[in-house]
Design a protein around this ligand. Sequence first.
Ligand code: UT7
Length: 338
Amino acid sequence: MAGGSRARPRARLTGVGGYVPERVLTNAELEEMVDTSDEWIISRTGIRERHIAADDQATTDLAAEAVRDVLRRTGTDPSEIDLLVVATTTPDYVFPPCAPLVGTMTGMDSVAAYDTNAVCTGLMYGMAQATGMVESGIARKAVVVGAETLSRIIDWEDRATCVLFADGAGAVLIEADDGEPGTGVVGVELGSDGSGRNDLWVPAGGTRTPVTDDTPRADGCIQMNGREVFRFATRILVESSQRLLDEAGLTIDDVDLLVAHQANERILEHASERMGIPREKVVMNLDRVGNTSSASIPLAMADALDTGQLTPGDLVMMVGFGAGLTWGSVLVRWEPRA
Ligand code: UT7
């Protein structure tokens, strides 16, 4: 390159944070609500308890707590953030989007802020966007937060779904760094298949089928073909992460930690076995938080950090999958702020 040209910055993942509401909903309580059992839920999903938002909490309240947590952990002032992306499928309103509200709630003045919706893959899409903006010079410091109040769209009479989904928020900090290429965000793999739209969806409430006085309540809630989604999830987790490793010229042995969407312990076990990654390298916190959709991966990252499972220099494979159908993997070197 001719003198005077500037190397493009790389995107570095420097922080994670999370928040779950205080209220814990146990499997024993669910036994009182639907025809299920603690034994069934644990053996089929691995979930023991989950958190549910208070009546006066909405998605932006959860998101703001997660943002405050990542700023506090990294010693970052809100004024330093120039991009805020909220990944959610349960926004406070049709519009305005959550992100401008979260920016104001957390003291970010004039921050570029918008929402993105790729359901359980939302954080992966949000990280890809933030990486692109940081590496192109549009932003220097970006917070991507996945936040969900799924309890508001759960059919509490449907035992097939109400035992799975829950509320929470998780955030990551991505910032520009002028260091070595090949570190930071190493690669991204994203995809979708809209032919699976009815396998996991909320049938009513959008522009195709607006909610009217005659809409059955269940149609405004999550509906899922569990077996089909299970098959898709175990397949795509393996395929997406392998494509990304191939592209990066790496193998599964190079990966220190797999942080995949916390949907079901059995999905993680099947997939990790097929990938050939040992159990101790697979992060699991779903026993305590359930499936929190776009909040799931950053919450698992924050948990791994707190338990010491995530350590500086680790190569982390993050994989999301879910409604759409959508999927996405982000391979990242964990380089927290010193
Ligand atoms: O975040 C997006 C991604 N979502 C997922 O990845 C979810 C993927 N799917 C799954 O995790 C699993 O399919 C489920 C946990 C949802 C269900 O587990 P499964 O082993 O696939 O169960 P199944 O749907 O095949 O149902 C087996 C039986 C059925 O009874 P019959 O027909 O065999 O008599 C269900 O009615 O289990 C019954 N069942 C329940 N029983 C007790 C379904 N839900 C429950 C329940 N408690 N909560």
